[in-house]
Design a protein around this ligand. Structure first.
Ligand code: DX5
Ligand code: ZN
Length: 220
């Protein structure tokens, strides 16, 4: 992929004005909507669930990039497909039968993503990379927005890029957590294709301008 994409994370939106914030993303230069689903078990936080995703889905035509931070995600693959998810990302650490899970996601017509926690090695994807459409590298510990970017992420992006090239895979690389205009270019240069940004976008004074700026920096 040549153009680097931006995926605002709705986790940082104002939930009392969700439609307004969805419209803002609709009108912006953002490429995808990043939707964080947390179950309070896999991560120490609960975000939102199916009814909220259904509402978002109804109000946008942008790609719905759903990041499941839940245990046993296989239980809900069909549900998330029915809710309009285009990409469904599960955590490596939550999937004892990852290959089967990836097949089940694709069978529902979605792109299959795998996310790695900061402590999880890229090497563990050696045998599945050709079956993965997207790898989501967590650049913070999952569960909360607004945390500081972990610098070791650059090394992981380079390792993943090397693995993808060596295996002849077409997997794209997404980064999630602490993304700002300060690290966007270095991430893009290391090989990232998609940058998720929550707080940096939604806590800014001019959200449309911030999305535009982030996209420009990533593609500079
Ligand atoms: C964290 C989530 C992220 C989060 C990113 O567990 O997966 O998508 O919303 O938020 P920021 O950009 O604020 O770090
Ligand atoms: Zn996320």
């Amino acid at each position: 992929m040549s153009t680097k994409l931006i995926a605002p994370s709705l986790l940082a939106a104002d939930f009392a004005n969700l439609q307004r914030d969805i419209e803002m993303v609709n009108q912006s230069d953002a490429d995808w909507f990043h939707i964080d689903i947390m179950d309070g078990v896999f991560v120490p936080n609960i975000s939102f669930g199916m009814p909220v995703l259904a509402a978002i889905s109804k109000h946008t035509k942008k790609t719905l990039d759903v990041h499941l931070m839940i245990v046993d995600p296989d239980r809900y693959i069909k549900t998330f497909a029915d809710l309009g998810s285009d990409i469904l990302t599960v955590h490596y650490e939550a999937c004892p039968h990852l290959h089967r899970t990836l097949q089940a996601i694709k069978a529902e017509g979605m792109k299959a993503g795998v996310s790695l926690n900061p402590h999880t090695s890229i090497n563990l994807l050696e045998d599945t990379i050709n079956d993965i459409d997207l790898v989501l590298i967590m650049s913070v510990n999952p569960g909360f927005g607004g945390q500081s970017f972990i610098e070791n992420t650059y090394t992981k992006v380079k390792q993943l890029k090397e693995l993808i090239t060596r295996k002849g895979a077409s997997t794209i690389i997404e980064i999630d957590g602490g993304v700002t205009t300060k690290n966007a270019k270095a991430l893009a240069d290391a090989g990232a294709d998609v940058l998720v940004a929550g707080s940096f976008v939604f806590k800014s004074n001019n959200q449309l301008e911030t999305i535009k700026e982030l996209r420009a920096v990533a593609n500079s």
